[in-house]
Design a protein. Structure first.
Length: 373
């Protein structure tokens, strides 16, 4: 009986706990509706003041800065020389190119004019002489052969006389024969005799080398003669040389001209980078120039999300960070067609043209730009 009573009490307690738990659970309510976000008709971005006309000028050739003709703040007109490089080497190169061009022009004129009478006569005489030498080589005159044979016989007689004199002092049996005048005279006579024999034989039977040399002399003389009369190809080649020399001269002149830095438009010098005497490379900024009377604004952080809400012609207000009491009006003049990655965001540059200028504006100032759609 006690067990039954205890069990009943436990059941009642469990039912009581369940009932309490059910009573503590709140009844779920419907979620409230979020209010709609009102889309603003304005786009706000950061911007910077830039000149409508502004440029960083650099030399198109490298070299040593020789002179800077301006100071920061100077007003210059378009075409004014701002700086120049040392041009001693460039001057020499141009002088050499001028000389080469003049020589090419003179040579071309000479070729077109053709040979002078004196040149033609000399060239023809050279051909005649070469042919005569060849004929004489193959068919020496009888008088020449007689003279050569006579020289050979005279040389032989001299050898005989020298030999007799040598023999009278004992000849080779004389232990001092090599130191005697007779021995020296005999050697000289013998050498002269051998030369006479060789000359006679060469005229009677010339060697192949002598014949080929004579033929080559004729060909060379004829070639020189033919070159005196210019062909169409000769004239064309000469004209090409003139054109090449002129192009080289023009390049040298252009390179020299590039050693001067000139203002591309009227403006004010706002920065000068190098000093006189410094070596400077091609493309290194030398001077910054701007039309400081006309500034515009370029945005610097307008993202791809906001740029789609901007179009050319939209009204804009600009407040420079450094001149908080100044509010300038203007309109969107252009929107750059491609974006740039800036710290992970794709940003687009929007250019705002101002309705009026303020003398306090400076190149590079930051500003708040509000564009009204």
């Amino acid at each position: 009986m006690k067990k039954i009573l205890t069990l009943a009490i436990l059941i009642l307690l469990a039912l009581s706990v369940i009932a309490c738990g059910a009573a503590a659970t709140p009844t779920p309510k419907a979620a409230p509706t979020l209010p709609a976000i009102k889309v603003s008709n304005k786009v706000v971005a950061e911007g910077k003041v830039v000149p409508v006309k502004g440029a960083a000028l650099s030399f198109q050739v490298g070299g040593t800065v020789a002179e800077i003709m301006v100071n920061v703040g100077d007003r210059v007109e378009a075409g004014a020389v701002i700086a120049r490089l040392d041009t001693k080497t460039l001057d020499l190169q141009l002088a050499q190119a001028d000389a080469n061009y003049a020589a090419a022009v003179a040579k071309h004129a000479q070729i077109k004019r053709g040979p002078t009478t004196q040149d033609a006569t000399a060239a023809q005489q050279a051909v005649t002489s070469a042919e005569a030498a060849y004929t004489n080589l193959l068919r020496p005159s009888q008088n020449e052969l007689i003279a050569l044979k006579s020289d050979m016989e005279k040389a032989k007689a001299q050898v005989d006389r020298a030999q007799a004199a040598y023999d009278r002092i004992g000849g080779d049996s004389n232990p001092f024969a090599n130191m005697t005048m007779e021995r020296a005279a005999l050697q000289t006579a013998w050498l002269d005799y051998q030369k006479a024999i060789a000359l006679y034989n060469s005229r009677v039977n010339p060697t192949d080398a002598q014949v080929q040399q004579a033929i080559a002399a004729i060909q060379s003389a004829k070639s020189n003669l033919s070159k005196l009369t210019p062909t169409a190809e000769d004239i064309a080649a000469s004209e090409a040389n003139v054109n090449a020399a002129k192009a080289a001269r023009d390049i040298a002149a252009d390179t020299l001209a590039r050693a001067k830095l000139t203002a591309p438009f009227a403006g004010t010098i706002v920065a000068i980078e190098p000093k006189v005497g410094e070596q400077i490379a091609v493309g290194t900024p030398v001077v910054r120039i701007a039309d400081t009377a006309n500034f515009q604004i370029e945005t610097t952080d307008l993202t791809e999300i906001n740029v789609v809400n901007v179009k050319e012609g939209d009204a804009a207000t600009v407040t420079p960070d450094a001149i908080t009491d100044l509010e300038l009006t203007g309109r969107v003049a252009s929107i750059k067609g491609f974006g740039e990655n800036k710290q992970g965001d794709i940003v687009y540059t929007v250019v705002v043209k101002l309705d009026k200028q303020d003398p306090r504006l400076r190149w590079g100032m930051t500003a708040k730009v509000t564009i009204t759609k």
